[in-house]
Ligand binder design. Structure first.
Ligand code: PGA
Length: 233
């Protein structure tokens, strides 16, 4: 695991942007994409660049259960607005929050099987979650339906009119799905991520209560943390 500490989120986003760009130039075809506030600037930099994803595939980590693609808080909508309008991919896959659990697990696992991820972009939750894999998620799990923890609902309620509007469930790539990516970039910006980054970087062994620690067994992970997120390491 390589840890790159940068002065601020702008520098971190620039670095991630460069890494994605180089991966594309080096032949990466399938990009695993994340939502949330952390990668927004990376998507903006990509959108403003001359990068061409028209022959690339994207697969997203997760989607809320029950939100249709055109719902303003769906991750479909987020990706459309933040990246795909400016930079369309040949195919973009995001879990379908309107499918039943059985349908979507089968559907998304097949998509991931057919489109192995070359480069996966990740954020990290304050509780160490990656995608919507909350503490206690088994490490060997593929796509699954997740009940969001209280801390994730609290963290995400800023996007909704009220806390009651935050969906309680999501479909998420599992930890085993994420581990299949050839290369992983995990971004962490701001002081609220400092404990999560310390827990990950200092982990001696995987800990099911800290889902991100699964990454210590991956051969190619780069953590890009700003000084605030790295302040405890
Ligand atoms: P954030 O979310 O980028 O909005 O902080 C990250 C995450 O929960 O994985």
């Amino acid at each position: 695991m390589e840890v790159k500490v940068v002065s601020n989120s702008e520098a971190g986003s620039q670095l991630a942007y460069e890494m994605i760009r180089h991966a594309l130039e080096d032949g990466a075809e399938v990009f695993g994409l994340a939502t949330g506030s952390t990668p927004e600037r990376v998507y903006q930099l990509l959108s403003e660049s001359d990068v061409d994803f028209s022959q690339s595939i994207s697969v997203n980590l997760d989607e809320y259960v029950g939100l249709p693609a055109d719902h303003p808080q769906s991750y479909h909508h987020y990706m459309q607005k933040k990246l795909f309008n400016a930079k369309p991919f040949k195919h973009s896959f995001i879990p379908n929050g309107m499918n039943t659990e059985a349908e979507e697990i089968e559907n998304y696992n097949q998509i991931l099987e057919e489109n192995p991820v070359d480069l996966q972009l990740l954020g990290i939750g304050t509780n160490g979650h990656i995608a919507f894999n909350e503490p206690g998620t088994p490490f060997d799990i593929l796509t699954h339906k997740v009940e969001l923890t209280e801390s994730t609902i609290q963290a995400n309620k800023r996007y909704f009119e009220s806390e009651a509007d935050v969906p309680r469930y999501a479909y998420s790539m599992g930890l085993a799905s994420i581990m299949k990516a050839d290369k992983i970039i995990l971004l962490a910006f701001g002081e609220s991520k400092a404990q999560a980054i310390k827990d990950l970087v200092t982990a001696q062994a995987v800990d099911p209560l800290i889902p991100s620690t699964v990454l210590i067994n991956h051969p190619d992970v780069t953590i890009i943390a700003d000084e605030a997120a790295a302040k405890l390491i």
